[in-house]
Design a protein around this ligand. Structure first.
Ligand code: NAD
Length: 255
């Protein structure tokens, strides 16, 4: 059961701001995109797959939301996506680099092809989206980039494989570098979520693993995506103006 779900969307107002969320087709990305629309932002839902329910959600929001089909690991898709978003909303204020894939292979099972795919989707995509968003943010004189890493990037994955942990650690390096390179107009921060209920987690978790995992989480429960997205919204808000290059753990206290 969710505990203490207090979406900041109720308190924060993003009227007039354009927010791009990658991997907005489901899970954390979808929740984050929805919460930004509730906070009156213009939201670009970037997703590889045009899920019918997401298209409905976007349509219901009217002028304030758009769906953009793109594979964010492909440079030409990313360039085309940001050109469309710029045309529609006249700029980008916030980029949430959320899209990611999870792979369980251990070192012995890891293929080079799958390794490259994980790096392309989890890391290259974040660089490509930052590269496309930065000129639009500089044009406006301000911007926020929030990169979604993982508790796996801080330490090691509790559930997934070596490529996942490595890709999530690389996102921390990307964040630290871009925070220095893009300042002062653009701030770049990173969130390292712990486990939260999405299809990515459901695929990685059976009952035995869930029991073992819960023993490691000091607050004693697995998060709802809203509890991660609320921190993302805070990091994108004016409240976080003095935060740059920060790596923010939101994991219920895993030691
Ligand atoms: P999910 O699998 O439910 O959703 C991921 C989304 O990214 C999907 O909509 C998928 O279609 C999209 N995506 C994947 N590859 C893409 C590509 N090449 N181009 C465009 N979109 C693509 O996963 P989630 O649990 O919502 O995870 C979101 C982020 O949070 C990921 O970066 C993940 O690594 C991170 N994370 C998740 C957990 C967790 O417990 N669920 C924990 C820590 C970090």
């Amino acid at each position: 059961m969710p505990r203490n779900v207090h979406p900041l969307s109720a308190a924060l107002d993003f009227t007039g701001r354009t927010v791009v969320v990658t991997g907005a087709g489901r899970g954390l990305g979808r929740t984050t995109a929805r919460m930004f629309t509730e906070a009156s932002a213009n939201v670009a839902y970037v997703s590889r797959t045009p899920h019918a329910d997401v298209l409905q959600e976007v349509e219901a929001r009217g002028e304030g939301a758009m769906f953009v089909a793109a594979d964010v690991s492909i440079a030409s898709d990313v360039r085309a996506a940001f050109a469309r978003i710029d045309e529609r909303f006249g700029g980008v204020d916030v980029l949430i680099n959320n899209a990611g894939i999870a792979v369980r292979a251990t070192l012995a099972d890891q293929t080079a092809v799958e390794w490259d795919e994980v790096m392309a989707v989890n890391v290259r995509s974040q660089m490509l989206c930052a590269q496309a968003a930065a000129p639009l943010m500089k044009r406006a004189g301000r911007g926020r980039i929030i990169n979604v890493s993982s508790i796996a990037g801080r330490d090691k994955s509790l559930l997934l494989g070596v490529s996942y942990s490595t890709s999530k650690a690389a996102i921390i390096g990307l964040t630290r570098h871009l925070a220095a390179e893009l300042a002062p107009a653009i701030t770049v921060n990173c969130i390292c979520p712990g486990v939260h209920w999405t299809s990515m987690l459901r695929q990685a978790l059976d009952e035995e693993r869930e029991t073992a995992l819960l023993k490691k989480i000091s607050v004693g429960f697995i998060a709802q995506p809203e509890q991660i997205a609320s921190v993302i919204m805070f990091m994108a808000s004016d409240c976080a103006a003095y935060m740059n290059g920060a790596i923010v753990d939101v994991n219920g206290g895993v030691w």
